[in-house]
Design a protein around this ligand. Structure first.
Ligand SMILES: [Zn+2]
Length: 238
């Protein structure tokens, strides 16, 4: 492991909280910052393994050591692709349970500058957004056909702006749900989040490395989020 990837920001939030969206937006706004979705890494593996594919579709968690090794391997890859020091890596989906925090604490010392960013969104709002997620098979765009306007949260649907789609894709035909976005799987993932992932917040609290944010305005809050993260990084990791 080289000394090139130094700061890791772990995203925590219920499925549907938007953490992946905020994470990739943050990465594009920050210097020398890369976004890594553990779910995407595992889906790549599942293309080669039927049992992995079944586990992911059921919403159950994958073996902790396997996930840990897969994430670390990708970190080494990313680190060998850059010659820059002081990089920031935004990690979506690790650690997801207490056992994974134990594995994380054994990571190489170069990767120990870490903090967590927690997106605190009520379950019913997460479920509405999850059921609205669509991926376009033509233009590869990510959209959300469901909007939320309740309890102070205001998140309009995420649709392509007029005329912005060069492929003229058709939302009725070309926009697909992810295989694991069924109602049953969503409920299962929500339960696992509360039972297994939420307790991880304490790990970060105890290290004084937890930043919690309530994204009342969805993606419109990205400026506030990136200011908060910038301040935290400057204050904590000088
Ligand atoms: Zn499209």
């Amino acid at each position: 492991m080289t000394n090139r990837l130094t700061t890791i920001i772990s995203l925590i939030g219920a499925p549907g909280s938007g953490k992946g969206t905020y994470g990739s937006m943050l990465a594009s706004r920050m210097n020398r910052c890369t976004f890594l979705s553990v779910g995407d890494v595992l889906r790549e593996y599942s293309e080669q393994s039927e049992s992995m594919s079944k586990t992911l579709q059921s919403g159950d968690l994958v073996d902790d050591t396997f996930v840990n090794d897969a994430v670390l391997q990708r970190l080494v890859q990313l680190s060998s692709q850059t010659s820059q020091d002081g990089r920031i890596l935004i990690l979506d989906g690790f650690p997801r349970n207490q056992a994974q925090t134990v594995l994380l604490s054994k990571w190489p010392r170069e990767l120990q500058k870490i903090m967590a960013l927690h997106f605190d969104v009520p379950d019913d709002i997460c479920i509405t957004k999850l059921l609205g997620r669509r991926k376009c098979t033509i233009c590869n765009g990510s959209f959300n056909i469901n909007g939320v306007d309740a309890n102070g949260f205001y998140m309009p649907p995420i649709l392509p702006s007029d005329g912005s789609c060069p492929t003229k894709c058709n939302r009725e035909i070309d926009w697909k749900r992810r295989d694991d976005d069924t109602e049953e799987t969503i409920r299962n993932r929500m339960n696992i989040y509360h039972e297994q992932t939420e307790p991880v917040l304490e790990y970060w609290l105890n290290r004084n490395s937890l930043l919690t944010f309530v994204p009342f305005n969805g993606v419109d809050d990205i400026d506030v989020i990136s200011d908060k993260v910038g301040n935290a990084l400057r204050g904590q990791f000088k």
